[in-house]
Design a protein around this ligand. Structure first.
Ligand SMILES: Nc1ncnc2c1ncn2[C@@H]1O[C@H](COP(=O)(O)OP(=O)(O)OP(=O)(O)O)[C@@H](O)[C@H]1O
Ligand SMILES: [Mg+2]
Length: 268
């Protein structure tokens, strides 16, 4: 079976892309076949994996407007078992174009889900990196996420702000479009153990959301910020960094939750 997660939070810069790329890389390192779907017009996951969106002949945009199949745009990355469905800036127009072209709001919301269906057998995990908004693109990501949303929460001032709105959207999509949609897990990111505020945010989020919060927390770590500019996941850029260890632990936590045996070691 294929696990499909949307990495979502309409708040910008909380670590969605960093999580999609690095969780994906460590799931692949643990032997899973992984597809990262970059549905954010900013194309940050695409560039973080070393590809230049403007130089690609086709992107997820062409798939979602029905011009081509997902299999035709999927590219390999320099990591074994880690594939990417790249984004392009053209995706920014999808929302208006889809509203004009497709009058049925259900069909508009299932563009990604339907595009993924023929390739499911090729992957164990599909991670969808969504943009910082709750518009049609994120709704498509949530509607396709059969195993739920992974919600990064930055350990900063006003961390919980906007989470209520996100929960409402998740509930609406769950009722109307994807009955299996849940919050698979909240992930505390950019945690700094030297800063009181980080501890306060952790306590607040854990006391409110309980065991829906991953045990693993991602520390604020400079290597995680640097890796994208080298077009590499932190797994290869700085495998011994605290950021790398955290995403490795997160991959193990998610796999354990899904009933996988713990891998003996990390494959490379
Ligand atoms: N744990 C971390 N430690 C240090 N820097 C981080 C960490 N996580 C992410 N960053 C950096 O913070 C910035 C925002 O992270 P990221 O792009 O993953 O957030 P995002 O939620 O995807 O943003 P957007 O909403 O714009 O898509 C990036 O420059 C990233 O490299
Ligand atoms: Mg992003």
């Amino acid at each position: 079976m294929t696990y499909i997660y949307a990495i979502a939070n309409q708040k910008g810069g909380v670590g969605k892309t960093t999580t999609a790329v690095n969780l994906g890389a460590y799931l692949a390192a643990a032997g899973q076949r992984v597809l990262i779907v970059d549905i954010d017009p900013q194309a940050n996951a695409t560039s973080s994996l070393g590809l230049v969106a403007s130089q690609l002949p086709r992107s997820l945009y062409d798939v979602l407007v029905g011009e081509t199949n997902l299999a035709d745009v999927i590219t390999l990355t320099n990591r074994m078992r880690l594939d990417l469905a790249p984004s392009s800036h053209a995706l920014a127009a999808l929302e208006t174009e889809a509203v004009e072209a497709i009058s049925d709001p259900f069909r508009r919301s299932y563009l990604l889900r339907d595009a993924l269906t023929p390739t499911l057998h090729r992957y164990d995990y599909i991670l969808i990196d969504s943009p910082p908004s709750l518009g049609l693109i994120t709704v498509n990501a949530l509607a396709a996420a059969s195993d739920g949303a992974i919600v990064p929460v930055q350990c900063e001032y006003l961390a919980m702000e906007g989470l209520g709105q996100l929960m409402n959207t998740v509930e609406r999509v769950q009722k109307a479009l994807n009955p299996r949609l849940t919050i698979a897990g909240l992930l505390l990111t950019m945690h700094d153990s030297r800063v009181n505020l980080s501890a306060q945010v952790e306590e607040e989020v854990r006391s409110y959301f309980g065991d829906r919060v991953f045990q693993t927390m991602v520390p604020r770590n400079i290597r995680l910020g640097e890796a994208p500019s080298f077009g590499e996941p932190v797994a290869t850029y700085a495998p011994n960094s605290a950021g790398a260890m955290a995403y490795q632990a997160l991959a193990a936590e998610l796999m354990a939750r899904n009933g996988a045996e713990q891998p003996e070691g990390v494959l490379t």
